[in-house]
Design a protein around this ligand. Sequence first.
Ligand SMILES: NC(=O)c1ccc[n+]([C@@H]2O[C@H](COP(=O)([O-])OP(=O)(O)OC[C@H]3O[C@@H](n4cnc5c(N)ncnc54)[C@H](O)[C@@H]3O)[C@@H](O)[C@H]2O)c1
Ligand SMILES: [Zn+2]
Ligand SMILES: [Zn+2]
Length: 390
Amino acid sequence: MKAVCWRGRASVEVETVPDPRILNPRDVILRVTSTAICGSDLHLYDNFIPTMMKGDILGHEFMGEVVEAGPEVRNVKTGDRVLVPFHISCGRCFSCSNQQWSLCDNTNPNAKLVEKIAGYSGAGIFGYSHLYGGYAGGQAEYVRVPMADVGALKVPESLTDEQALFLTDIFPTGYMAADNCEIRPGDTVAVWGAGPVGLFAAKSAWLLGAGRVIVIDSVAGRLRKAERDCKAETIDRREKDVLNTLDEMTAGRGPDSCIDAVGLEAHGATVVDHVLDRGMQMVGMQSDRPPVLRETILACRKGGVVSIPGVYGGLVDKFPIGSAFAKALTLKMGQTHVHRYLRPLLARVEKGEIDPSFVISHRLRLADAPSAYRNFRDRKDEYIKCVLKP
Ligand SMILES: NC(=O)c1ccc[n+]([C@@H]2O[C@H](COP(=O)([O-])OP(=O)(O)OC[C@H]3O[C@@H](n4cnc5c(N)ncnc54)[C@H](O)[C@@H]3O)[C@@H](O)[C@H]2O)c1
Ligand SMILES: [Zn+2]
Ligand SMILES: [Zn+2]
């Protein structure tokens, strides 16, 4: 079969690789009908996540048709069109039982590697390095889905692939980011990053009762999309000082909650900041770039919530813990517990409360993956979300 394989920094190729096979009774094999490129894939593309190996198959946002099912899979059958959360969860361990699905205790065979960095390991993730289990991803014609009896969900006939696909990751991720903000009716929610996750966070903030949503970025096309499709006010950080502007917009109190939908590849507030953070990252003095993390903490009102869906992998410099402490902030973060949100959000899509396909900017073939990765990373042609049809 054909699959999108990682070749090294800023290099992916579509290669012929062996077809996947059922290995365990809880596996299914999917023929992938739609798959997407995520901002998290850019962290692999830009080589910020260690333990990638040449030839690794990428992709953790995918859906497709079941072509083979192991004997213990009874929730879906051959011929069903299903979607699959980006992390693999066993449904039986302590974390899964606590609805903390992305922290599953059983699905990362390389947990020992993460334990060295983090103390304990979360779930394995499709196509996301050997640190997260070394599972083949779904930017491919076929993919093996372990624990499909827990993860695979049949998609109702009434929905197109494009309406369902983002339930695998970015819609629940934006929604959990807003849910973590503990929004009270009328709250002001500020979102850094007008990428797919930021846009879904903005939409979700409205669904959860926000009174005002402000989105911050520097990519004009993405800010326009936040205004048009997410009814957000926007701040272009190339034109305005973000902290002062937010302070003015909230009459000197600060947003009730701040969402970091950018993560470890954030651009600095000033050129000097950016060069300093990049330099420290290049010489290994910090692994992640934290300007957005700093800004969310400084901007947030006293007693507010900072919610961090953006991915961080290691250490950062000048983390304003004093500000977070002085203002008694609540910080919430982590990989999304997709299984927790999957069915409620599917119901919202079915009821027409939201059509997740609004985020799509490009529809391409699997063979177009190399240029799609490059253009998405470079924010070319207003690349916002790219769907590949294998
Ligand atoms: N927690 C999870 O489970 C989960 C799931 C999916 C994605 N993510 C993460 O969420 C983040 C966003 O994903 P995405 O797909 O939207 O990515 P993306 O790369 O498309 O979007 C990131 C946006 O941040 C903007 N940005 C950069 N620096 C900024 C700054 N200083 N201030 C404001 N905006 C800035 C960029 O211009 C870009 O528009 C990534 O870190 C991704 O890895 C996390
Ligand atoms: Zn993702
Ligand atoms: Zn589990």
